[in-house]
Design a protein around this ligand. Structure first.
Ligand SMILES: *[C@@H]1O[C@H](CO)[C@@H](O)[C@H](O)[C@H]1NC(C)=O
Length: 261
């Protein structure tokens, strides 16, 4: 992504870890899981940069390695004091992204820790904020719509300078007099299928009791969850690529014409 993993402030993450991300004029910072996973539930408690966070982006995401990568993102776009953050979500399959959906949070995400969870299984990807599903990307591979289910991913979190685009489209720059900027991570929790090589592919994809995150009850949202998602989307969704016909010259991506819950 945008953070340079060779830089000095990067380190590794194990389940159960807490961490602090720091951005100053010399560097951003990032942390990534030691293990790769193929499907699972990935929870993180995050307290975002307080005060004037304009131009900063804190990211929490899964990504595969190498070319034509898959990626599932939460990104938090900072703002001036008192102005709302944006929760930016995206999903890449085989190197192709452009599937952004953005939300305003219904709370101040810099005041306290909130739970951001990515639940990824062979049927669907769900983005949760404090247990409320805000977005679903379902597997419609049988209809030629790409779905990330072949490549193992690591978990990443980073804080970096994105003031060329993040806040009001790049109008508000980072105020370096406020540096260092700090975001805090707590209790990273991965309940997921660890992937050590191609022989794990079948096992990680199998609907066994160990792979509970892929079980029937996690292959669709239930009625309550659909109601909650409907609430979040009707009140807080501010951008949806599926509504941005211009971006696609009139031809929306296939998944936009499908039910996504
Ligand atoms: C920042 O605040 C402005 C003004 O309220 C708002 O238009 C914008 O969506 C907010 N968020 C970002 C990341 O620009």
């Amino acid at each position: 992504m945008y953070f340079n993993w060779g830089s000095q402030h990067s380190s590794f993450l194990d389940s159960g870890d807490d961490a602090t991300l720091v951005l100053d004029q010399t560097s951003g910072s990032g942390i990534k899981s030691k293990t790769s996973f193929l499907f699972g539930s990935f929870e993180m408690l995050i307290k975002l940069v307080p005060g004037n966070s304009a131009g900063t982006v804190t990211a929490y995401y899964l990504s595969s390695n190498g070319e034509k990568h898959d990626e599932i993102d939460f990104e938090f776009l900072g703002n001036k004091s008192g102005q709302p953050y944006i929760i930016h979500t995206n999903i890449y399959t085989d190197g192709g992204g452009g599937r952004e959906q953005q939300f305003y949070p219904w709370f101040d995400p810099s005041e306290d820790y909130h739970n951001y969870t990515i639940h990824w299984n062979p049927s669907q990807v769900v983005w949760y904020v404090d247990s409320i599903p805000i977005r679903v990307y379902r597997n419609y591979q049988g209809e030629g719509i790409p779905y990330p289910n072949q490549k193992p991913m690591r978990v990443y979190s980073s804080l970096w300078n994105a003031d060329s685009w993040a806040t009001r489209g790049g109008l508000d720059k980072i105020d370096w007099t406020q540096s260092p900027f700090v975001a805090k991570l707590r209790r990273f929790r991965s309940r997921a299928c660890a992937y050590t090589g191609p022989t794990d592919t079948a096992q990680c994809g199998a609907p066994t009791p160990e792979n509970w995150w892929s079980s029937a009850m996690y292959s669709y949202l239930n009625v309550d969850q659909r109601r909650q998602m409907n609430w979040a989307r009707s009140n807080y969704l501010i951008y949806d690529y599926c509504k941005n016909i211009k971006q696609f010259n009139g031809f929306l991506p296939g998944e936009c014409l499908k039910v996504q819950y």
